[in-house]
Design a protein around this ligand. Structure first.
Ligand code: PLP
Length: 388
């Protein structure tokens, strides 16, 4: 059963999966801070035996996120990486994966440093032209793993086209939907088999929790992933589940403002003489703007740009001179952040690989928050005034 398919997004964000507490009627799901549950006699319990496997606070959150992605099942993990790890554990030695050459740094590191030595082969290719994919498919190929928009250069990958290729060759398609959030894009509706989120980002939304999630429709796929989830044990605690349930209640409002502020900033940067290039999928000049328009509801609050003629030192000086934006890794919180991908989020990618993907030393990435837009623009202006 899909949860609450008749509801609109905002209603689902607030209500899906959240039932009044059966013992007290509490409107908000309590933090079930317990590791185990009492059994009447061996095996007779109320559906809960041990909290790695199941916890009521986490259950409510999983139902909620499943509803937001129009999925049947959700599994929450103690981090986004924990969620990705579980997906790759569906594979075995000799299997192959086709993925993008512009991945989240931690994903690239896990694929190359953890799973390649275990015998899984990854093809890191340019997915912006999906006709590239088929030439890498062989009898060992099992999975296509995509991120869209990509991080940090905001390429848009056509999810529908990828899913058509995946279906034709009986491959799984998994989409890291962290940058878009379920508010902007629902990959399952476009034919993906698995949606992954770093819940740490927009879903949590307040920079106070690290968590991951997988959403899927297929019963057998769910059983396999739930088995890995419980067996390998990267499951989140009840307090974090509670915080994310609370965060999600305003996801739609936050995303509206992220998109509005993101647009204003992308437009401001596009006009600025000290800016070389702006990466934001909502700009008509963005190379994948038409795909973005087709598969996303709006264009989000992640904006990257390069500084004109800027050395590493000059880029560092610029990135360190903000008053409202904070220099930090991560994204998707209510507060605005600036990040230097080459030395921060993407430092684990070799320089040559990194530069091929456009992650040059003069590239900066903004996670545009939901503060007053005038203050954000003023902050950018004063930072530009400091660099010549
Ligand atoms: C942050 C992030 C991850 C990893 O998630 P964690 O919660 O940090 O483990 C994966 N993919 C993308 C796109 C991310 O931004």
């Amino acid at each position: 059963m899909n949860y609450h398919t008749e509801w609109g997004f905002a209603t689902k964000a607030i209500h899906a999966g959240v039932e009044p507490d059966p013992t007290t009627g509490a409107i908000m799901t309590p933090v079930y801070q317990t590791s185990t549950y009492v059994q009447e006699y061996p095996g007779k319990h109320k559906g809960y035996a041990y909290a790695r496997g199941k916890n009521p606070t986490r259950d409510a959150l999983q139902k909620n996120i499943a509803a937001l992605e129009n999925g049947k099942y959700c599994l929450c993990f103690s981090s986004g990486m924990g969620a990705i790890d579980a997906v790759i554990k569906l594979l075995k030695n000799g299997d192959e994966v086709i993925t993008g050459n512009d991945l989240y740094g931690g994903t690239y590191r896990m694929f190359t440093k953890i799973f390649e030595p275990l015998g899984i082969k990854f093809h890191f290719i340019d997915l912006s032209n999906s006709s590239n994919i088929e030439q890498y498919i062989n009898k060992n190929t099992k999975l296509i793993w995509i991120e869209t928009p990509t991080n940090p250069t905001m390429q848009i990958i056509d999810i529908t086209e990828c899913s058509q290729i995946a279906k034709k060759h009986h491959l799984l398609l998994a989409v890291d939907n962290t940058f878009a959030s379920p508010y902007l894009q629902n990959p399952l509706n476009l034919g993906a088999d698995i949606v992954m989120h770093s819940v740490t980002k927009y879903l949590g939304g307040h920079s106070d929790v690290v968590m991951g999630a997988l959403v899927m429709n297929d019963d057998i796929l769910y059983e396999r992933l739930a088995f890995i989830h419980n067996s390998c044990g990267a499951t989140p605690g009840p307090m974090d589940s509670f915080l994310v349930l609370r965060g999600i209640k305003t996801l739609h409002l936050r995303m509206e403002r992220h998109c509005y502020n993101g647009k204003k900033i992308a437009e401001f940067l596009s006009q600025h003489p000290k800016v070389e290039k702006v990466y934001w999928p909502g700009l008509p000049t963005h190379p994948n703007h038409s795909i973005a328009k087709k598969q996303m509801k709006d264009f989000g609050g992640m904006v990257s740009f390069t500084l004109k003629n800027a050395s590493l030192e000059k880029t560092f000086a610029f990135a360190s001179s903000f008053k409202v934006f904070s220099l930090a890794e991560s994204l998707g919180g209510v507060e605005s952040l600036i990040n230097h991908p080459a030395t921060m989020t993407h430092a684990s990618i070799p320089k040559e690989e990194r530069e091929k993907a456009g992650v040059t030393d003069n590239l900066l990435r903004l996670s545009v928050g939901i503060e007053d837009i005038n203050d954000l623009i003023k902050d950018l202006e004063q930072a530009f005034d400091k660099v010549n």
